[in-house]
Ligand binder design. Structure first.
Ligand code: PMP
Length: 375
């Protein structure tokens, strides 16, 4: 069988990793500022993470969701503590798309409505409703096209007010990334998020904070929505939650009372997934990684602002977009092949930095020097 051609593949074979560094099969070292697309939160092969997963696998890796798994409650308790949402309820699943899918479904069960507001530039996943709310016609199949989704311009309070004024009583939910990732690192303004909160309150719509990419401490706060001081009704999370082990979740406000069987999945919250997610949170807490993301991210952004050829620098913490002029489309390749640094990108010409939250200042400097040379 031939592999289905999902993404254009990079010719480099990564053989091992440690912290923010990875090595290819020939022994060449690379600095990883991409983190497998915001997945690597605590660095590669962190000893505590490896130990916890190995210990768990030696005990039991999987049974079924039909028995009580104390690890799930431990995870919910620790997540409540670290995210500052003790009173929320945790539902565990396996991917960002699945988390958003369930959040949207929960919202529709809650107010029995169908219309969803999403934003230009948004990415929420590739499954049914999640892809319907994603602003990329290339990945929306005819079956996913629905008139229930209202796409509004990002950060446009007037358009939001108008949409609610026109059909507020039909609006089920607003789904928004605190910082658009795939869309090119675009930060939702604090006043925009506050406006969403107040309109959702006024019209009994559900505020869904897609925190799959911008969450889990990456922005320098646990949820990037926290900068605005608002509380979402539902937070979705995945990526950094398991540091590479597939685990995702939705954190649900107390006012929702999902009934037995409303949400469910075979693999969600299995023993190994919980062990991975617990290890990640323990490391985030013990090593103060959210503070590190804020500090090293602020340092990187302030240094980058001194670079001449950059058009715009956007982001928060260790979620940084470097908007380059068109003629610099070679930058990502040069960083990789000449300086051995992995970065991400967004179309048309934005370099995306999504490194592990324990990125050191020394590694940040290594990137800054390389970028200076490439530019
Ligand atoms: N939401 C956001 C903001 C994302 O960036 C992504 C993945 N890029 C998803 C949802 C979907 O996550 P997954 O690929 O785990 O389904």
């Amino acid at each position: 069988m031939k592999l289905f051609d999902v993404y254009p593949l990079n010719p480099i074979e990564i053989a091992r990793g440690e912290g923010s560094l990875v090595w290819d099969s020939k022994g060449q070292e690379y600095l990883d500022l991409y983190g497998g697309h915001a997945v690597i939160s605590i660095g590669h092969t962190h000893p505590h993470y490896v130990q916890r997963l190995t210990d768990q696998l030696n005990k039991i890796g999987f049974y079924s969701n039909s028995i009580e798994i104390p690890l799930q409650s431990q995870l919910a308790a620790l997540l409540g503590q670290v995210s500052g949402k003790d009173d929320y309820q945790l539902f565990l699943c396996n991917s960002g798309a699945e988390a958003n899918e369930n959040a949207l479904k929960l919202a529709s069960f809650y107010n029995e409505r169908k219309k969803i507001i999403a934003f230009k530039g948004a990415f929420h996943g590739r499954t049914s409703l999640a892809v319907s709310c994603t602003d990329n016609p290339r990945i929306v199949a005819p079956v996913n096209k629905t008139e229930n989704i209202i796409f509004l311009p990002h950060n446009d309070e007037a358009a939001l007010e108008k949409a609610f004024a026109e059909s507020g009583d039909e609006i089920c939910a607003v789904i928004i990334e605190g910082i658009q990732g795939v869309g090119g690192i675009r930060v939702a303004s604090e006043s925009f998020l506050q406006k969403i909160r107040s309109l959702c309150d006024q019209y009994n719509a559900v505020y869904i904070a897609d925190s799959v990419q911008c969450g889990y401490g990456r922005s320098g706060k646990f949820y990037s929505h926290d900068f605005s001081g608002v509380e979402a009704d539902v937070y979705t999370m995945a990526k950094g939650m398991g540091n590479g082990f597939p685990v995702a979740g939705i954190s649900i406000a107390p006012k929702f009372k999902p009934w037995h069987g409303m949400l469910g999945t075979t693999f969600g919250g299995n023993h190994l997934a919980c062990a991975a997610a617990l290890a990640v949170l323990e490391i985030i807490q013990q090593d103060k990684l959210i503070e590190n993301a804020a500090r090293v991210g602020a340092y990187l952004m302030s240094e980058l602002r001194g670079f001449e050829k950059i058009r715009d620098i956007r982001g928060r913490g260790l979620m940084i977009g470097i908007d380059l002029p068109e003629e610099l489309s070679h930058v990502k390749k040069d960083l990789l092949f000449k300086h051995h640094i992995f970065t991400g990108e967004s179309k048309p010409n934005v370099l995306r930095l999504l490194p592990a939250l324990n990125l050191t200042k020394e590694h940040a400097d290594r990137f800054l020097e390389a970028l200076k040379k490439v530019l």
